[in-house]
Design a protein around this ligand. Structure first.
Ligand SMILES: CC(C)(COP(=O)(O)OP(=O)(O)OC[C@H]1O[C@@H](n2cnc3c(N)ncnc32)[C@H](O)[C@@H]1OP(=O)(O)O)[C@@H](O)C(=O)NCCC(=O)NCCS
Length: 183
């Protein structure tokens, strides 16, 4: 079976946070960081697949610390898991501030891409050769992440289908809302 090493598609993107990236609070827009994450993850996925890929889903985005104007942001992407046509790319983001001599881990996330053919249909991707314990660990976690997502999605769909709007709110004693519709 054709395979590729994780190191063959690992990608790092570094960008200076300029004033036009700031929000009204003076910090960098979360959306700008998300866009850079999508970009670096896409490059990593397509380097592995050697084919056009689309973003299918994003998970685990938590903004752990704010990014400041003037920071040098580096985003490191690696293929963690490969299925039949999908790939999970893990991204770690750090922000370096040379003036204050600090390095912050600002977020990590997992983007799932699907390799597609000229008709927009999923296309088989090259396998992954795992060469370190860390790569085996990441692959195992990626597989769990995929299985968990499918199970959660089914459970959520069932909960939504069985939801009774006439009674669901009756137990909401501690929720921060009031129900003011006449039912
Ligand atoms: C992603 C897409 C190609 C999947 O097509 P599909 O016909 O539903 O695909 P399938 O159900 O046959 O699944 C194909 C693979 O994608 C994975 N997949 C599909 N939807 C997924 C999702 N939302 N999240 C994670 N993986 C997903 C499946 O697990 C499967 O993986 P595998 O082949 O490794 O086992 C299709 O939904 C699509 O084109 N979406 C739009 C993507 C896009 O435009 N992104 C940019 C948004 S701006």
């Amino acid at each position: 079976m054709p395979t590729k090493k994780v190191s063959e598609s690992q990608t790092t993107l570094t960008e200076l946070m300029i004033p036009s990236y700031a929000n009204f609070g003076g910090k960098v827009h979360g959306g700008l960081i998300l866009s850079l994450m999508d970009k670096v993850a896409y490059v990593c996925a397509t380097k592995h697949a050697e084919n056009y890929c689309v973003t299918a889903s994003v998970s685990g985005v938590n903004f752990l610390a704010p990014v400041d104007v003037g920071d040098l942001v580096s985003l490191k992407a690696s293929v963690n898991y490969v299925g039949t046509s999908s790939l999970i790319v893990g991204i770690r983001v750090i922000a370096e501030n040379f003036k204050e001599k600090t390095i912050k881990h600002t977020n990590s996330s997992y983007f799932t891409f699907v390799s597609i053919d000229d008709n927009g249909k999923p296309k088989k991707v090259t396998g992954l050769e795992l060469t370190t314990d860390q790569e085996i660990r990441r692959f195992a976690l990626g597989k769990l992440r995929k299985e968990q997502k499918i199970a959660d999605s089914k459970e959520f769909d069932e909960l939504e289908a069985n939801m009774d709007l006439n009674s669901i709110h009756l137990s909401w004693t501690n929720e921060n809302c009031i129900v003011s519709t006449k039912r």
